[in-house]
Design a protein around this ligand. Structure first.
Ligand SMILES: NC(=O)c1ccc[n+]([C@@H]2O[C@H](COP(=O)([O-])OP(=O)(O)OC[C@H]3O[C@@H](n4cnc5c(N)ncnc54)[C@H](OP(=O)(O)O)[C@@H]3O)[C@@H](O)[C@H]2O)c1
Length: 346
């Protein structure tokens, strides 16, 4: 089968080669999907450069986190999925940019017929990440104020929509007039262009110096430190992404004093479903699969009632994946970039 493999470190156009490799076989608890669509994730760009510690297998490996398609083979214990159309993450968050991908059933979800392959691809991961950040870990309640950094991105645009759909007042930040306008079209009550002024001052003004109850921080680094300034009493600052530089994930930054004196909580977000205790006390806890199913059901309801919608920025043939990833790296995309592997399903 054809698969985009990371064969060396560098920008996507240098790091990736489209190779013929063996079709993977599912092991116990796994599914194999014949891939219809995949999507570009910013962390895949990090993967090409070799700076993404979370997903860093030996080279060469097949890049790609999420796929949509029909299950054509299953391992023991996963028989129920055979023939179903799913949205799924590849095993170890790799392998998706290929004609076939294998993934754990804990990371597979039903894909209702009303989703075409493009919108299904744009729906799954962004809305699940946003939900785990805002609701599961952030405890968002209707009437609260939410701040979303990186509001025009794939995950960011989902977080803006979801927060609004759940009854929050939403403030989003983005880096250009077009992205600010896009955040508004996603439902942001206030959208701030951080490149033309002090966004924290604008948040303070917009909240009459009260601050925000939940911050979905998708940028990290100095932006996280600055966000401490604009948290309300009892606020929850959710460390959800590091678009500003993935290295910040491993750097010291937040002072205990600012957490203590702010009377706020700082919490982490990892979207991976399974047994929370699968890794014992090795410092990794998965979100329970049962919660994943409840989250998926709630998200499908919100989609079915037109309160949230997946945003497809563009659709690119699989042959042009490196160019699509580089458009993302240049920050030219809003919402999700979808990669087409087979003819579009009806
Ligand atoms: N916690 C989890 O389990 C989980 C799962 C999936 C993804 N994520 C995180 O979600 C974040 C967003 O991912 P995505 O795939 O949605 O990316 P994306 O669509 O490229 O969005 C990233 C946004 O971040 C902003 N940004 C700020 N500094 C940037 C920089 N130096 N380079 C590129 N963009 C920058 C960009 O907006 P402006 O141009 O407006 O600044 C862009 O819209 C990533 O950091 C990823 O780690 C977390």
């Amino acid at each position: 089968m054809k698969a985009w493999q990371v064969v060396r470190k560098g920008p996507p156009s240098k790091a990736l080669e489209l190779r013929d490799v063996a079709i993977p076989e599912p092991r116990a608890g796994q599914l194999r999907v014949r891939v219809a669509t995949t999507v570009c994730n910013l962390n895949e760009v990090d993967g090409c450069y070799g700076r993404y510690r979370t997903v860093d297998p030996p080279l060469p490996y097949t890049l790609g986190m999420e796929a949509v398609g029909v299950v054509d083979a299953v391992g023991e214990g996963a028989e129920i999925w055979l023939g179903q159309r799913v949205m799924m993450t590849g095993a170890g968050a790799t392998g998706a940019h290929a004609e076939y991908v294998v993934g754990d059933q804990a990371m597979a979800f039903e894909c209702p017929d009303r989703f075409d392959d493009h919108s299904a691809a744009a729906f799954y991961f962004p809305f699940h990440v946003a939900y785990v950040s805002l609701v599961e870990r952030g405890g968002l309640k209707a009437g609260e104020t939410v701040l979303v950094h990186g509001g025009a991105g794939g995950v960011g645009s989902a977080a803006v929509q979801l927060a609004k759909a759940l009854g929050a007042r939403v403030i989003a930040t983005a880096g250009s007039p077009a992205k600010v306008e896009f955040c508004r079209s996603m439902g942001a009550d206030i959208a701030i262009n951080y490149s033309t002024g002090d966004w924290a001052d604008e948040v303070a003004q917009a909240t009459e110096n009260r601050g925000v109850d939940v911050a979905c921080d998708l940028v990290g680094g100095e932006v996280t430190t600055e966000t401490m300034r604009v948290m309300a009493y009892g606020g929850r600052l959710m460390l959800t992404g590091f678009s500003g530089g993935i290295e910040a994930e491993d750097e010291a930054g937040l002072l205990p004093r600012s957490i203590i004196f702010g009377n706020i909580s700082v919490a982490g977000v990892l979207l991976a479903y399974g047994d929370p205790n699968a890794f014992g006390l090795a410092g990794i806890h998965l979100v329970p699969r049962e919660r994943g199913e409840q989250i998926h059901t709630h998200l499908l309801e919100l989609h079915n009632t037109a309160r949230i919608r997946p945003v497809v920025h563009d659709v690119t043939s699989y042959t042009e994946l490196p160019a699509a990833l580089e458009r993302m790296e240049r920050r030219e995309t809003m919402g999700r970039s979808v990669i087409q592997w087979t003819a579009q399903s009806d």
